[in-house]
Ligand binder design. Sequence first.
Ligand SMILES: C[S@@+](CC[C@H](N)C(=O)[O-])C[C@H]1O[C@@H](n2cnc3c(N)ncnc32)[C@H](O)[C@@H]1O
Length: 240
Amino acid sequence: MNRSAKGRITRRIIAAYDDRIIRWYCTIRFRIINLRMLEEIEQYMPRKGTILDLGCGFGLFSHYFALCSKARRMLSLDLNGRRITLAKEAARRLGTDRQTNFRAMNVLDYPFDRPVDGIVMLDLVHHLPKGRADEILTHCYRILATGGVLLIKDVEDRPLWKMAFTWILDKAMDYRTPVNYYDRDRLIALLRERGFEVHSHQMLDILPYPHVFFICRKTSPHGEGTALPQTNLQSHSGHS
Ligand SMILES: C[S@@+](CC[C@H](N)C(=O)[O-])C[C@H]1O[C@@H](n2cnc3c(N)ncnc32)[C@H](O)[C@@H]1O
């Protein structure tokens, strides 16, 4: 699928939301996590099987990943019940309702009782209460199929001015939400302790977001694995 076809998918997704403000939000979100970044994320995602989308928001990226491959089944969770309702309505309009399962749930309460082929967390980790990311990462490792991948897009805590910019926008969206940006090396250490093989790089953007992408592979049931294949890592600097 070429980039213009993917662009059409994003426009279809935006049009599937009834509310003008939500469409505006989706448009902004597809600018922040733009097509280039989505292509980069998607290249690591299994083409088929179950993908868990933790903190899916209005579900726009779950729809996107489902529409990019009909063999994917998305299981998508978000704390916010209204967002989940709107995600389900959009799924009916997009015809992705057979491929998607949206559930209103705190990821901290999710039992992680279902094996999955891939997991994605787009800007969720920094919204988890302090110290609670560890247990989620442990559960992710446990339910992920061997060879499966956890893809995390988050923002790091440096440089300070970029972190401040992101903090203002996060708090403007919801002033009650916890915001705990991670030191990149600390998050990598947490992931490696759980057994993941981790590659990470910054995702550069015109906007001053300190985006970081983590590709976390479960290479063996016990974590002692082989090297992650180097596939087309775009727009990066500072590999870890
Ligand atoms: C910055 S938004 C990102 C949404 C979506 N992943 C995206 O990229 O558009 C973070 C989302 O995480 C959700 N969230 C925060 N804490 C959560 C938790 N403990 N369990 C489930 N969802 C949570 C929020 O409701 C919000 O929709």
